[in-house]
Design a protein around this ligand. Sequence first.
Ligand code: JFZ
Length: 443
Amino acid sequence: MTRQRVLILFRPLLTLSIVFALLVLRSTAQSDQPSAANLAARRWFQDGKFGMFIHWGVYSTLQDGEWVMQNRKISIADYEKLPSQFNPEKFNAAEWVALAKSAGMKYITITSKHHDGFVMFDSQVSDWTIVKRTPWKKDPLKLLADECRKQGIHLSFYYSQLDWHNPDYYPRGRTGESAGRSDGGDWDKYLDYQDAQLRELLTNYGEISGIWFDGWWDKPKASWRLDRTYKLIHGLQPQTLIGNNHHQVPNPGEDIQMFEKDLPGRNTAGFNEGEKIGDLPLETAETINTAWGYNFTDDHYKSTRELVQYLVRAAGANANFLLNIGPRPDGTIQPEFVERLHQMGEWLAEYGDSIYGTRGGPIAPHPWGVTTQKGNKIYVHVLEWLDPVLLLPAPANQVTAAYALKDHAKVEFSKSGDRLLLQLPAHSSADFDTVIVLETAPR
Ligand code: JFZ
């Protein structure tokens, strides 16, 4: 055969395989492509900036944090005695949601199941649930979902992939060795259980803003079927934002990148080593004292000043702030938390313009403070700086006016090359944040 004849013979085949390859590429590209609803949700999420994290479960009865089962080596047999003592008669969904609102928070992320496997909602695929095992018999997630809808707060669910109670969580990971489970179990059955619960959470509670996964790190080498689970979630509710506290670069299908107890780019807690910052919306989670779940001897409270500054630094790093409370076993929230949240809300009522709807500003975060931006405004947040002048490596030529957000008093500035010298208004070390608004010429 001549070369030409070979080509003629095979050309249709070649064309066909190219078309096929392109189609395959296109379909995978499409499935990784977030839906319009999801993209809109990401914008909403980034605009909202501030959320309430709630760690609440049967562990709260022991008042020693959400890891108490592991830390005190409690067997399942003993741990199963706890639900009979869990009777949160003072739980009031309207009050919890109103507290989040008064703090200026725009969403709530609550534990639907933590590592102890105890299911905090009315699940039909488990009998280890708050409805079936406690004298209270109620579904707090349902009560919260209804109240969130009423008060205009978005609701997300934390879900622990790690499970110290389910016998099918096998082979076991790094933790849960003292639970006393038998050596055997069906991993795929466990993942089916997890998917069935996610289906319940995304079917029975109205619109759900996010699923916040945690516990992957217990078995980093396991096959978690993330793809399948993420497709299930986005199939049921395309706008649901998926995040996973795995401290890795996000996997396909994830919509937010999370940083536990650290601002993006920092690694003070040791969890976020080398975690590169990607293009997805960012969120950093922190506690008010040091515990996530209620701990009655933990009195290392951060001050309102520290918490406000953390929110500001998060916004300057282009990240949301998810601030945790651990309610008490009776359903009430301790006054130390309530007081700080109210004070944060008061601050936001005055300075919210410089936080909500903004993105990280044009100047990288510095020890003295950060910048945020929105439209033609740059907000300079001066957090730790008492000198009367501040030199910014700013795009000075674009700045047309400067004033203090607090009272709109004019702020003098001069330009030197591309740098901007601000004459700061009188401020004291008692101020949480001196916010200077820079107006820039519309481009
Ligand atoms: C996890 C949980 O174990 C904890 O109880 C809480 O819910 C928190 C929000 O998330 O804590 C972690 C998660 C990951 C690491 C350490 C603690 N890590 O990767 O080192």
